[in-house]
Design a protein around this ligand. Structure first.
Ligand code: AP5
Length: 217
């Protein structure tokens, strides 16, 4: 299955992507994770992306599309994938459609995680991520047993640079301006399914997997 997860920053895309990708047995491809890995390795791509990420802005389409094209050409993505955080603009969505058409395939479903801005701010301001295994935690909603230590691998947790209040506000504006139009774009293709992403993580996962089953996933 070829699936896209869309939703505002902090909607829970990364959290749900892990469960959904495991359920579908497909690779999870997160453009945010790829950019962050490049930032921490100090690659030219990372240096360029960091300027935009720190400001809460989107990385330019051309850079992002080329990066995804390369990633989708890897063998593990040939039978399906879950895209988390891509596409994020209508030009990115059109480029993805073309890329898949050239490969003789197409997206199956675009799942929108629906939450309001107040919940987004609560989630992002308490988010912590593991430096070792990448597991996402939350100081209030999904705390570790010891502060700032990952229960899964024992590594240190960190707060993302773009989870500061001012950057979160910019990311929400970018979402409304550039990403929300994808809802109509995919609605018109008949590929959009909306999921209520409020409530406990496990409940959201059940809703997402139920929705996928009705599409054969
Ligand atoms: P990216 O990493 O994709 O960030 P984002 O879309 O802003 O999404 P987040 O990762 O912040 O949130 P999420 O929805 O994954 O939520 P999470 O599961 O962590 O992108 C970062 C930057 O990279 C962008 O700003 C941009 O600069 C650049 N970029 C990336 N892709 C790009 C593209 N395609 N084009 C251009 N630029 C791009 O959950 C959040 C918190 O809530 C966690 O603490 C979690 O534990 C908690 N939580 C999750 N679910 C629940 C729940 N049900 N109840 C309570 N708490 C919950």
């Amino acid at each position: 299955m070829r699936l896209v997860l869309v939703g505002p920053p902090g909607a829970g895309k990364g959290t749900q992507a892990e469960f959904i990708a495991a359920h579908l047995a497909v690779p999870k491809i997160s453009t945010g994770d790829i950019f962050r890995a490049n930032v921490s390795q100090g690659t030219p791509l990372g240096v360029e992306a960091k300027r935009y990420m720190d400001a809460g802005q989107l990385v330019p389409d051309e850079v992002t599309i080329n990066m995804v094209r390369d990633r989708l050409a890897e063998p593990d993505a040939s039978d399906g994938f879950l895209l988390d955080g891509f596409p994020r603009t209508v030009p990115q969505a059109s480029a993805l459609d073309k890329l898949l058409a050239d490969l003789g395939t197409a997206l199956d479903i675009v799942m929108e995680l629906v939450v309001d801005d107040d919940e987004v701010i609560r989630r992002l301001s308490g988010r912590r991520t593991c430096r070792g295994c990448g597991k996402i935690w939350h100081v209030e909603f999904d705390p570790t047993s010891k502060p700032d230590i990952c229960d899964r691998c024992g590594s240190e947790l960190f707060q993302r640079d773009d989870d500061k209040a001012e950057t979160i506000a910019n990311r929400l504006v970018e979402y409304a301006d550039k990403t929300a139009p994808l809802i109509d774009f995919y609605g018109a293709q008949g590929k959009l399914v909306g999921i209520d992403a409020t409530g406990p993580v496990e409940d959201v996962t059940v809703r997402a997997i139920d929705a996928l089953r009705s599409y054969g996933g």
